[in-house]
Design a protein around this ligand. Structure first.
Ligand SMILES: O=C(O)CCC(=O)C(=O)O
Ligand SMILES: [Fe+2]
Length: 343
C-alpha cells in the first residue's frame, strides 16, 4: 500500500522502461483512443512557413485560423543548439531510474523536475512516457543528477529557453497585432518575472514492445498561448474534424508551433487550439522538447481583451478567466476544459 505520501507521488512516477520486456496491462489503451492514423492519398498537409518569407505574417494567421499548427523554418534558432538540447535531454533520460527519481516533481507544486505529467492521475491508463520540466534555471536539479558535471546541461537549457522566449515574443506580437490587441494591454514580455510563465518540457518516449496499444501522450490541447515544439522524429499526430488523425512529418530544421487554449480564448474562438497526441514506436527512443508559454498566472484574460472586443463589436464567446482558475478546470475536464469557459 505505502504511506499516504507515497500514494500522492505514485501517479507521477514513470515505469522503469529499461527493466521491462513486455508492456504491463495498465498501459494498454482502449482501441478508440489509439485508433489509426488517416492513410488516404488526399491527406491535407500541415502548413510549412518560412519566417523570412515576406508573406509569413499572412500565412501564419491563415494557419492559426484553419489548423492551429504549422511548421516553421527560417526561425533563426541555430541547428547546433537544437541538436545540443536534444542530446542533453537524451543524456538525462539515459540515466538510471533511481538517479532520475531524485528530482521527482512534487504533485500539486510547481511541477519542475522528473516524472509523468500530473494530469496522468485523471487518465484511465498509463503513458509510455517520462518527462523533465524546466522553468528558468535547471541548476538545482542538474546538480543532483550530475554532481560534478552539470554546467553543460544548464548552459544549453538556458540558451535554448532564451532563444525560445525571443521567438515566442516575435510570434505573439505578430498575432496580437492582427487581433488588434495593443502592446499597452499586454506588457507581459517586459516583465522580468515572466520567466515563470513559460516552461520547457523535455519528453522521452522509450522504444515500446507493444506500440499499437500504447500512447505516449493522450489526445489533448495545450493550455498555453502557444507551444514551440522541437520534434526531430515522427510520432506527433493532430486531429482534424472530418479527416481524423494526421501524422506530422519530421523536418529536422523546422520547429512546430501549435496554438493552445489561451490563444483560442483570446482570439474569441477564431484560432484553433489543436487536438494532438503522441504515438510511440518499437524501434527508437523518441525525444521531443516543448516550450509552453502562458499569460501571467493572475492576469484576467478575456476575448480580444476588453478594449478591442468593444471596438470590434463582437460578442464574447468566452468569459474572462485567469490561468490559475483555468488550471483547475483543466485538471477536472482535461481536453474538454475550454467548453466550460463558454459564455
Ligand atoms: O512529443 C511531442 O511531439 C508533443 C509533446 C506535447 O504535445 C506536449 O508537450 O504538450
Ligand atoms: Fe501538447
Amino acid at each position: 500500500m505505502g504511506t499516504p505520501a507515497d500514494q500522492a507521488y505514485k501517479h507521477v512516477i514513470p515505469l522503469d522502461f529499461g527493466s521491462v520486456k513486455t508492456m504491463p496491462d495498465s498501459f494498454v489503451w482502449p482501441e478508440s483512443e489509439s485508433d489509426e492514423v488517416y492513410s488516404g492519398t488526399d491527406q491535407p498537409s500541415i502548413p510549412v512557413i518560412d519566417l523570412t518569407d515576406p508573406n509569413a505574417s499572412k500565412l501564419i494567421i491563415q494557419a492559426c485560423e484553419t489548423w492551429g499548427i504549422f511548421q516553421l523554418t527560417g526561425h533563426g534558432i541555430p541547428r547546433k543548439l537544437m541538436e545540443e538540447v536534444e542530446s542533453e535531454a537524451k543524456k538525462l533520460f539515459d540515466l538510471p531510474a533511481e538517479q532520475k527519481l531524485k528530482t521527482l516533481r512534487t504533485p500539486g507544486g510547481p511541477s519542475t523536475g522528473y516524472g509523468n505529467p500530473p494530469s496522468q492521475a485523471s487518465l484511465p491508463r498509463k503513458l509510455w512516457q517520462e518527462g523533465f520540466t524546466i522553468m528558468g534555471s535547471a541548476v538545482d536539479q542538474a546538480r543532483v543528477l550530475w554532481p560534478h558535471d552539470y554546467q553543460g546541461f544548464c548552459d544549453t537549457m538556458d540558451e535554448y529557453q532564451k532563444q525560445m522566449k525571443a521567438l515566442v515574443q516575435q510570434l505573439i506580437r505578430l498575432i496580437f497585432k492582427y487581433l488588434g490587441i495593443s502592446e499597452e494591454e499586454v506588457n507581459w514580455f517586459d516583465d522580468p518575472a515572466n520567466m515563470c510563465n513559460a516552461a520547457l518540457h523535455l519528453n522521452s518516449y522509450p522504444p515500446c514492445p507493444d506500440p499499437t496499444r500504447a500512447l505516449g501522450l493522450p489526445p489533448h490541447t495545450d493550455s498555453s498561448l502557444l507551444t514551440i515544439l522541437h520534434t526531430p522524429t515522427e510520432g506527433l499526430q493532430i486531429f482534424q474534424e472530418g479527416v481524423g488523425w494526421i501524422q506530422l512529418q519530421a523536418k529536422p530544421d523546422a520547429l512546430t508551433v501549435n496554438l493552445g487554449d489561451f490563444l483560442h480564448i483570446l482570439s474569441n474562438g477564431r484560432f484553433v487550439s489543436v487536438l494532438h497526441r503522441v504515438m510511440v514506436n518499437q524501434k527508437f527512443h523518441r525525444i521531443s522538447m516543448a516550450y509552453h508559454n502562458w499569460p501571467p498566472m493572475n492576469f484576467l484574460v478575456s476575448p480580444l481583451l476588453s478594449k478591442t472586443l468593444a471596438d470590434s463589436g463582437q460578442v464574447p464567446k468566452y468569459r474572462p478567466i485567469t490561468l490559475k482558475e483555468y488550471h483547475g478546470i483543466k485538471a477536472k475536464h482535461f481536453q474538454h476544459a475550454v467548453s466550460f469557459v463558454k459564455t
